[in-house]
Design a protein around this ligand. Structure first.
Ligand SMILES: Nc1ncnc2c1ncn2[C@@H]1O[C@H](COP(=O)(O)OP(=O)(O)OP(=O)(O)O)[C@@H](O)[C@H]1O
Ligand SMILES: [Mg+2]
Length: 283
């Protein structure tokens, strides 16, 4: 069964997109050769800003509206997702669904007026799932219908949390949304874990905040992602960290380079594989 993992946090700028892009790329690299076959990964960018697409398949962020994600969400019947799938520019087994800013803004506006507005992505994506072992969904920083569509389609949620006091306390709205999706659509939806992001070792309170997270979410906190110029520069260069700072020699098992950002996201990839691999290979 395909693992569908939504990256969500109602707060803006906490590293959702950075995490979605690098997790999808890392999984693509790790699973490029599995029993002689490449496992395929799909990245779905539910944010009208399309920043995840910018870093994964430049150009796919500016598609014709009729041939893009917004049409899938709003038209009845929806256009075929199969025909829309586009390969990423850095990894042969990583694919995206083209999107476009204005179309997605409009979709967010009209979705509440449409029938079955919460489950449109879930229904449309079902037909293409057998081709993918992992689907990673990036979401916008609010709890509207675009996030709800991602959650209703998903098996798991991963929550990046900015390593600050506010970051740790500000997840109430997201938790309510997850609870509502569980109650009405997906009782099996599981929080895979919390990822401390933008972690700054120079700040004295960092250890205290990480301890507080561990206390709040026991055994659910992933190893932290520190602030790194490589991660910021990779983002500006529209690349994932593994393509931006590749190792001299790469094997399927060793995807990271000497760059700390690539090592930390590689650890996240391993943790996600450990927690979900059994479900993914049942595919
Ligand atoms: N670990 C990091 N080190 C340095 N810069 C980072 C790191 N993580 C994210 N950033 C930068 O912080 C900014 C916000 O990150 P990102 O876009 O991933 O957050 P987001 O949660 O997706 O934001 P939004 O809510 O607007 O979609 C970006 O410019 C990104 O390059
Ligand atoms: Mg984002």
């Amino acid at each position: 069964m395909t693992v569908l993992l939504t990256i969500a946090n109602e707060k803006g700028g906490v590293g959702k997109t950075t995490t979605a892009v690098n997790l999808a790329a890392g999984l693509a690299l790790r699973l490029a050769e599995h029993n002689g076959v490449a496992s395929r990964i799909l990245l779905v960018d539910m944010d009208p800003q399309c920043h995840a697409l910018l870093s994964t398949a430049f150009g796919a962020h500016n598609a014709e509206r009729a041939e893009s994600l917004s049409a899938v969400l709003t038209e009845t019947p929806p256009p075929s997702l199969q025909r829309m799938l586009q390969p990423s520019q850095h990894h042969a087994n990583l694919f995206v669904i083209p999107s476009q800013r204005d179309g997605m803004v409009e979709a967010a506006r009209v979705l509440p007026t449409l029938m079955a507005n919460e489950s449109r992505l879930s229904k449309a994506i079902a037909a293409i799932l057998p081709q993918f072992s992992y689907v990673i969904l990036d979401t916008p920083p609010n709890t509207g219908d675009l996030l709800v569509n991602a959650l209703v389609a998903s098996t798991h949620v991963l929550i990046p949390v900015e390593t600050s006091y506010l970051g740790v306390t500000g997840l109430r709205e997201l938790q309510r949304t997850i609870d509502a999706v569980r109650m009405h659509f997906r009782p099996e939806l599981r929080v895979l874990g919390y990822l401390p992001t933008l972690c700054d070792e120079q700040r004295g309170e960092t250890q205290e905040i990480l301890a507080e997270m561990e206390k709040r979410y026991p055994r659910q906190v992933f190893p932290p992602i520190h602030k790194s110029t490589d991660l910021a520069y990779a983002h500006s260069a529209h690349m994932d960290i593994f393509s931006y700072r590749p190792p001299r020699q790469r094997t399927d098992k060793q995807i990271a380079s000497s760059s700390r950002g690539s090592q930390e996201y590689a650890l996240l990839v391993e943790a996600v594989l450990r927690l979900t691999w059994k479900q993914a290979v049942g595919n």
